[in-house]
Ligand binder design. Structure first.
Ligand code: AMP
Length: 357
């Protein structure tokens, strides 16, 4: 069996492992802090389920392997400064931005980018962490520890957030899932809805953008592109060179999930355009205690990550899928009382979106 080593042992590594079984691939997620260094042969594949990793004996060992896929691109994409530079070079729409240097001042940034500016740390930010708003009318200054460590981005008055998950194989073949509509709260993904007829006309625009990015990097595997929609224009917010939370619905709603697609691409197996079935909704479980009654919700799959529950922490997700939209709406009505009060706005948003489909 071909061995696939995964740098990272969180839920994404676990879901890659689950998807590997029918492909007869032997997937081993590894935590960067692991002290035992596995014996890796030249024929083995090494892939990644996280954007950043600490410099440890294990990460050095993994990234020096000949089978380490996309070695050239990871460092670049993980640093927002390089990611934004790459998007500009490829002439792909992204929020206007400037690097925050040691001598940057808020006043100069406002003069060039606008009144409301979002500072984002170059590395290490995720789920809304590593962000700092600079409002001109409040006279905000750049905190000293953000100098030389961030980029400054114009606030985009977006209508909604869409993401595209795609995959590319070593021969340059590319496949894409339909655009996914995402709801974030405090920078954390709360829910996704896919597919949506009303954004179908944006699919080719999104595929051209992500296709260009993957081709330019000679990328192999699944990549996610998070976008803002402003009228009919897509603006890239962020790229994730890995399987992505906004693609979790594909476990229930596509004939090949994003996890299986990634493994196919990195291990040289055929990738095929995924047939999408019915209507899907994904609800993220953020900082909530496990409730086994979730397992009784019709038309659903429940993924519990087995992590300690902490506020703001992703501890699981629930996919709801059915050929009939009405059945998805009914399942959501049954799930709603099984989640805390603060999920009310999430359910309202999902039901509103389903009603529009
Ligand atoms: P990020 O960590 O870059 O994925 O950003 C997390 C969330 O912050 C996004 O999903 C948006 O809701 C919001 N956000 C990020 N960048 C901008 C921007 N330039 N303008 C407005 N909102 C933003």
């Amino acid at each position: 069996m071909t061995k696939v080593w995964v740098l990272g042992a969180g839920q994404l590594g676990a879901m890659l492992q689950q998807a590997a079984y029918p492909l007869a691939l032997d997937v081993h997620p590894l935590a960067p802090e692991d002290e035992t260094l596995p014996e890796i042969s030249a024929a083995d594949i090494v892939t990644v389920e996280r954007e950043q990793w600490p410099d440890t004996a294990l990460t050095r060992h993994l990234s020096s392997q000949p089978g380490f896929i996309n070695a050239a691109i990871f460092g670049r994409i993980a640093d927002r400064l390089y990611q934004k530079t790459m998007l500009d070079e490829l002439e792909i729409n992204t929020a206007p931005w400037l690097p925050v240097t040691a001598s940057s001042h808020a006043e100069a940034l406002h003069a060039e980018i606008g009144e409301d500016i979002l500072l984002k740390r170059r590395t290490g930010g995720y789920d809304g962490k590593g962000q700092f708003w600079l409002y001109q009318d409040q006279g905000d200054e750049i905190p000293s520890d953000w100098l030389d460590a961030a980029i400054a981005e114009q606030k985009i008055p977006f209508e909604e957030e869409l993401s595209l998950v795609g995959a590319r194989d070593a021969d340059g073949n590319k496949v894409f899932y339909p655009l996914t509509l995402n709801l974030h709260s405090n920078g954390i993904l709360m829910a996704s809805v896919a597919p949506l007829e009303r954004v179908k006309h944006l699919q080719s625009q999104a595929e051209a953008m992500l296709g260009k990015i993957m081709d330019s990097a000679n990328y192999i595997g699944v990549m996610a592109m998070e976008c803002f929609r402003v009228k009919d224009k897509l603006i890239v917010n962020e790229l994730a060179p890995r399987v992505h939370n906004s693609g979790h619905w594909t476990q229930a709603g596509a004939c090949v999930s994003q996890f299986e697609m990634h493994l196919r691409a990195v291990s040289g197996l055929p990738i095929k355009a995924p047939e999408v079935r019915g209507q899907s909704v994904m609800i993220n479980l953020i900082g909530v205690a496990r409730n086994i009654d979730w397992l009784n919700i019709p038309s659903s799959q429940c993924y519990w990550y087995g992590k300690d529950v902490r506020p703001g922490r992703k501890v699981g997700h629930i996919n709801i899928n059915h050929p009939n939209k009405k059945a998805v709406q009914t399942a959501l009505v049954k799930l709603r009382p099984l989640l805390p009060e603060n999920y009310g706005a999430v359910f309202d948003w999902v039901q509103d979106e389903l009603a529009k489909i």
